[in-house]
Write a protein that binds this ligand. Structure first.
Ligand code: ADP
Length: 424
């Protein structure tokens, strides 16, 4: 393909327990090939003599436990070898978790439920991926629970979700997201509706518990929960809530001693709280960069990770869709109906009349059997997403971009705050 960089640039000889860190920023992708030895990217082993492509916007590390030679094609903005990595500590954490699984297996108990917390860009998602990869590589089937509504890896931004990990993550595409559990949240920060956020967290925990009841292997394997980088105020409370909803056994705090101290103090004493350093490779991303990576997630949803999918564009009449927003705007307490609290308002389904301001919004498709939405529509699994690319008031129609051809299934659409410009 035309995007393949042709010039080999540099060969790197990596000593044991070192990593090659890459940042690709420009417009051209970079490729990496393992020439000899053994190496892994965030816990997934590289296949020798295979070229892996990292598109613009990627950051990655090729780590080796035993030493290797790597050939780089193209010119990344940054490429350097670091000897100073926390990988040994991360591996030890995996080993400790595995001991807990072995013990759970022996004693008929359930395996470790682990929550990873810390500020933004300290490598939380990366550590989750590593721990899941190491577990699945030795035959475990852990669940990945994604509570990061801004930069989640299970589905598009504005959702929370979970999936059962059955094989290591693909180096380029991450974990296979077939049949994930996805719930609509609607925005990129839990703060916009903390009540809904906590409710969805509880719902995920409930579904995971059901799965553990019927599947011994899943119960023993446990889960790894990724959380948002918002660790103060309501964000902190949301972490405490998640820890209690999932009845976690281990909380790993990356990088922030204060958060570690607070959690250590506030969580029940049987929860093992540990502080781990962040990797020097996990560096802060700009707001712009984070927005771009969210956009990229949505684009990948419609067009496939390599742009190999063709979404459908079609019109739907206003009269054919039922659009709702979860959560009514807050009103003065004195105006609330008797017996209703501000918080009840946050879970209210508010009908949205299709109109011009719906353009470019992302909408979750929640299939409906019965017709009218029942009480807890927001607790239903989302089947997919569409984006309204255009609104025609005169003809009373929306043009939508959809992964599936027309017509839309019998469904309710939940509108997100998140917008996506389809520029393809
Ligand atoms: P968080 O989930 O805490 O926001 P991420 O796990 O998404 O952080 O990491 C932030 C960025 O740093 C990601 O782009 C990730 O690929 C990159 N990254 C993490 N660890 C390393 C590393 N050791 N070397 C290079 N890049 C890394």
């Amino acid at each position: 393909p035309s995007s393949t960089p042709s010039v080999p640039s540099t060969k790197f000889e990596l000593d044991r327990e070192t990593e090659l860190r890459l940042e690709v920023e420009g417009s051209a992708p970079v490729q990496v090939e393992l020439v000899s030895g053994l190496a892994e990217v965030f816990g997934t082993e590289l296949v020798k003599n295979k070229k892996y492509t990292f598109p613009p916007g990627s950051r990655a590390a090729v780590f080796t436990w035993h030493g290797c030679t790597v050939q780089l094609f193209g010119s990344p903005d940054t490429a350097y070898v670091s000897k100073d990595t926390p990988m040994l500590l991360y591996l030890n954490t995996h080993v400790a978790l595995e001991q807990m699984r072995v013990q759970a297996e022996r004693e008929g108990e359930r395996g470790p439920r682990v929550l990873v917390a810390g500020p933004s860009d300290v490598g939380k998602s990366t550590l989750c991926r590593l721990l899941l990869n190491y577990a699945v590589r030795i035959g475990r089937r852990p669940a990945m629970v994604e509570l990061d509504v801004g930069q989640g890896s299970v589905s598009v931004p504005g959702t929370v979700g979970a999936l059962c990990v059955e094989r290591p993550a693909d180096v380029e595409e991450g974990f296979s997201t077939q049949a994930p559990l996805i719930y609509h949240f609607g925005s990129t920060t839990p703060g916009t509706n903390i009540k809904l956020y906590n409710k969805l967290t509880s719902r995920l925990a409930q579904v995971f518990n059901l799965r553990c009841d019927s599947n011994r292997r899943a119960a023993v394997s446990g889960c790894i929960i990724n959380t948002c980088g918002w660790v103060k105020g309501g964000g902190y409370q949301a972490i405490i809530h998640a820890a209690s909803a999932f009845e976690v056994d281990v909380v790993i705090v990356l990088d922030q001693e204060r958060l570690y101290n607070d959690l250590h103090r506030d969580l029940p004493h049987f929860v093992h709280t540990i502080l781990l350093p962040k990797s020097g490779g996990a560096s802060e991303r700009s707001k712009e960069c984070r927005r771009e990576s969210r956009d990229q997630r949505v684009r990948e949803y419609f067009y496939g990770p390599r742009g190999s999918l063709y979404p459908h564009a079609f019109e739907v009449k206003f009269s054919e869709v039922k659009v709702y927003k979860v959560g009514a705007p807050s009103i003065p307490d004195s105006c609330l109906p008797l017996g209703m609290s501000q918080e009840d308002n946050q879970l209210k389904l508010v009908p949205v009349t299709p109109g011009r301001d719906m353009a470019h919004h992302l909408l979750s498709v929640v299939p409906l059997e019965g017709g009218l939405p029942d009480e807890s529509i927001e607790e239903k699994n989302v089947a997919g997403f569409i984006v309204s690319t255009g609104v025609d008031i005169e003809r009373q129609t929306l043009t939508v971009l959809s992964p599936a051809p027309r017509p839309l299934p019998k469904c309710v659409l939940l509108i997100m705050d998140i917008r996506f410009m389809d520029l393809k």
